[in-house]
Design a protein around this ligand. Structure first.
Ligand code: RTP
Ligand code: MG
Length: 134
């Protein structure tokens, strides 16, 4: 498996609830490398670009206002098969269905505030890294 880069972001609830260290620790223990990391707000333009695929869906407006509601941790993560590895560590989108031992399973409560984002493909990763680390 080739070395990949992916974009991951600790969402406002993950930062607010104090899970930054634990999440970074899990990435590193899984053999992944944190290449870039920045705490800050997501602008409205960045939020819309990142979630363009969901425009028009019933949850879209809530998603955009939530992701811009407080500081997040923006990260570029690299390693062998990093895209899939991060998604596996994250767990299912709905925390209620995410397995124990996954980040969403352990720290998430509801679908709208599910702790962490990770790119869903190498193509998304390249696009999202460009949005957040231009
Ligand atoms: P993310 O993009 O944030 O990493 O999450 P994901 O790939 O696991 O899920 P995705 O389908 O891309 O959805 C983006 C975010 O929108 C919210 N969502 N709500 N109510 C719903 O049916 C619904 N579906 C998605 C979630 O907060 C999800 O993380
Ligand atoms: Mg997604």
């Amino acid at each position: 498996m080739a070395i990949q880069k992916t974009y991951s972001m600790i969402k406002p609830d993950g930062v607010r609830n104090g899970h930054i260290g634990e999440i970074v620790n899990r990435f590193e223990r899984a053999g992944l490398t944190v290449e870039r990391m920045e705490l800050g707000m997501v602008t409205l333009d960045q939020a819309k670009a990142n979630y363009a695929e969901h425009e028009g869906k019933p949850f879209y407006d809530g998603l955009i206002s939530y992701i811009t509601s407080g500081p997040v941790v923006k990260m570029v993560i690299s390693g062998e098969g990093a895209v899939a590895k991060v998604r596996t560590l994250m767990g299912a989108t709905n925390p209620a269905e995410a397995a124990p031992g996954t980040i969403r399973g352990d720290f998430g409560l509801i679908m709208d505030e599910n702790v962490i984002h990770g790119s869903d493909s190498p193509e998304s990763a390249e696009r999202e890294i460009g949005i957040f680390f231009a």
